[in-house]
Design a protein around this ligand. Structure first.
Ligand code: CP
Length: 325
């Protein structure tokens, strides 16, 4: 991954002063607290603009290549909607079997092809490190929309924006992450982000789905309070944000192991009687059974609002890397 500016051609005035102009977004580790404050401010402006005028021409003439090697509803459609709300256009490749990937084209060659037609590339791929490989190959900015069990940085940014908008700040919160913490790339990125805000983290998972030891060690070195649990009751009472994840069947080496851990935790109205009145419940979605629909109408259920916040954050990120924020 290069953090230097790509695409030095500047046809519309000097965009080089925009702090994220031409940069890749590959890992949440790239972001400082001041970066996050900046993103929250731009995302908030995007929200105001969408509510006021719906669509506007900030990125008119710009093209996004949306390259998805794995299924997606929210990330792919929110990036598409973000680009269109900003007046730009999108090349969508969500069925790579109908592209030249099916003929054996490599990821670097596919990326080099798309950058001939697009100004920015969003990529989701099943392999850890694939987004960094794409970024290395590309002259245009690349945004990681999920690289296997690695990271999902734009999800972590929208998760943080959700907390910011719902609770007013991210400082000193107790955040409990539940479910598949091993394969769930969203919790890998979010835990790293929350380490910037003095968060107290609880990890609730079956033994087989624990948070990866290298992430625990990384955060421990930063002095983050982290506690692992097998049951939710030890952590729920003091939780400000309950972050629930799906057990990721598609990443299990065998169906037997999946069957042994699926359905380990189910959040429902009864369970949530043990939480604080202002605790918010988040989920990157899709859910399978881990949050019961009987909780959906509770004001603490923030997971549908979370998806909408994602639109504003992705509008902000596109504007930033294209030098318009
Ligand atoms: N949260 C998330 O990444 O959802 P999709 O898989 O639908 O993009």
């Amino acid at each position: 991954m290069r953090t230097t500016v790509k695409s030095p051609h500047l046809p519309f005035g000097d965009q080089r002063t925009a702090p994220w102009y031409g940069k890749d977004i590959i890992s949440i580790k790239q972001f400082s607290r001041s970066d996050l404050e900046y993103i929250f401010a731009v995302a908030h402006e995007m929200r105001v603009m969408v509510e006021r005028v719906g669509t506007f021409d900030l990125l008119k003439g710009k093209i996004l290549a949306n390259l998805f090697y794995e299924p997606s509803t929210r990330t792919s459609s929110s990036f598409l909607a973000a680009m269109e709300r900003l007046g730009g256009n999108v090349i969508s490749i969500s069925e790579v079997r109908y592209s030249s990937v099916a003929k054996g084209e490599s990821l670097p060659d596919t990326v080099r092809t798309l950058e001939c037609y697009a100004d920015v590339i969003v990529i989701r791929h099943p392999e850890l490190g694939s987004a960094a490989i794409a970024a290395q190959a590309a002259r245009k900015p690349v945004i990681n929309a999920g690289d296997g069990v690695g990271e999902h940085p734009t999800q972590a940014l929208l998760d943080a924006f959700t907390i910011h908008e719902e609770l007013g700040n991210l400082e000193n919160l107790t955040v409990t992450m539940v479910g598949d913490l091993k394969y769930g790339r969203t919790v890998h990125s979010l835990s790293r982000l929350l380490s910037l805000y003095n968060a107290k983290l609880h990890y609730v998972s079956p033994e087989a789905l624990r948070m990866p030891p290298e992430i625990i060690a990384e955060l421990e070195a930063k002095g983050v309070s982290q506690t692992e649990h097998r049951t939710l009751d030890k952590a729920l009472w003091e939780t400000d944000v309950l972050y629930v994840t799906r057990v990721q069947r598609e990443r299990f080496p065998s169906e037997d192991v999946y069957e042994s851990v699926k359905g380990a935790y189910v959040i429902n109205a009864e369970v949530m009687k043990g939480a604080k009145p202002r605790t918010i419940v988040m989920h990157p979605l899709p859910r399978v059974n881990e949050i019961s629909v009987d909780f959906d109408d509770d004001p603490r259920a923030a997971y549908f609002r979370q998806m909408e916040y994602g639109l504003y954050v992705r509008m902000a990120l596109l504007a930033m890397v294209l030098g318009k924020a």
